[in-house]
Unconditional design. Structure first.
Length: 87
């Protein structure tokens, strides 16, 4: 029984060409649709921990949430980042 690749590719040169096309296409698609943060400066961030981000610093009471969101403004400025996980 012939494999699918053996039917599509007649010679090793064609196999390498197909591999190259798939590799280059994957590289550019990944680069195009990545999160876009590589090379860009992010706004100042609130304290965060690996894996959990800033979640441990959230207030327990929902009434304190507004104050929690406004308080870093004095220290970090009008725009700041907040992490809700590892990335």
């Amino acid at each position: 029984m012939d494999s699918i690749i053996a039917r599509l590719v007649e010679s090793p040169g064609e196999l390498w060409l197909m591999f190259g096309v798939v590799f280059v296409t994957t590289y550019f698609l990944r680069r195009r649709f990545s999160d876009g943060y590589s090379g860009r400066k992010l706004p100042p961030a609130m304290p965060s921990l690996p894996i959990v981000g800033s979640i441990p610093f959230l207030p327990v009471k929902m009434q304190d949430l507004a104050e929690f969101c406004i308080s870093p403004r004095n220290k970090l400025g009008k725009i700041f980042s907040f992490r809700l996980g590892s990335k």
